[in-house]
Design a protein around this ligand. Structure first.
Ligand SMILES: *Cc1c(COP(=O)(O)O)cnc(C)c1O
Length: 229
């Protein structure tokens, strides 16, 4: 495998190329390095190469890493990208800049409650199941639209956008990314502050080019940076 620094550089070039193809400004796409299952030493290596935003999927693993002496003082911007159960919220709140995987009203309510109690403002994304696959987490598009008004009233949390994991097939994936963008556009008129509702977290190692074409503002890339898990 190439060095992590070289992998990140390659991905940056690919992001740039995809943005040019799509007529977009490359500054509008943030790369989240997905470090789940990889050791703190590799995260440190990526950080030393200039990368500061990392995504983790498992609560226990995330907590161990963010407290690891190698990483704790670096000022890493952590994103929680995994499925989040209500009972785990209190252990990560205040430690992550963005939570990508909220997929139930009850989880958002718990997040709001904990944010209020801790006097925090918390940014989050809702996960949408755009492929309709039963094995995937996420709200259905219909659920999202019917719950949106209730979600917008919850105090101390701000919905910043939507997240999805697409089908392995790239043609389907592109359609699913487009659906996510359409859903974000549908939420804007009912949002109390549409200027904050800007994020589309979509695209992984195998499909971030398609996601950028459809408007991704955050791509979550693991394997192409850190190698196989
Ligand atoms: C693991 C994971 C990724 C990264 O996937 P790769 O194919 O390794 O790039 C992205 N998003 C989520 C939610 C993940 O769990």
């Amino acid at each position: 495998m190439d060095s992590i620094a070289a992998n990140i550089e390659t991905i940056r070039e690919q992001i740039h190329a995809a943005c040019i193809e799509a007529g977009r400004d490359p500054a509008g796409v943030r790369l989240i390095a997905v470090s789940k299952t990889h050791p703190a030493s590799l995260i440190k290596e990526a950080f030393d190469a200039g990368h500061i935003v990392f995504g983790e999927s498992y609560v226990q693993e995330f907590l161990e890493k963010c407290e690891d002496p190698l990483l704790a003082q670096l000022g890493i911007e952590w994103h929680f990208i995994g499925h989040l159960q209500s009972n785990k919220i209190r252990s990560i709140i205040g430690k992550v800049s963005l939570i990508h995987g909220i997929d139930k009203l009850s989880t958002a309510e718990e997040l709001s409650k904990r944010a209020l109690r801790n006097n925090l403002q918390v940014d989050y994304l809702l996960e949408v199941n755009t492929s309709g696959e039963a094995s995937k987490y996420g709200m259905s598009p219909e659920e999202l639209l019917s719950l949106a008004e209730s979600l917008f009233t919850l105090p101390n949390i701000t919905l910043r956008g939507l997240m999805t994991i697409a089908s392995p097939d790239r043609v389907l994936a592109q359609q699913e990314f487009r659906l996510l963008r359409t859903l974000l556009d549908a939420l804007k008129p009912i949002s109390p502050d549409p200027s904050k509702l800007t994020e589309l977290s979509m695209g992984m190692s195998g499909d971030f080019r398609e996601a950028i074409h459809e408007g991704a503002t955050m791509i979550r890339v693991g394997t192409a940076i850190f190698g196989w898990r």
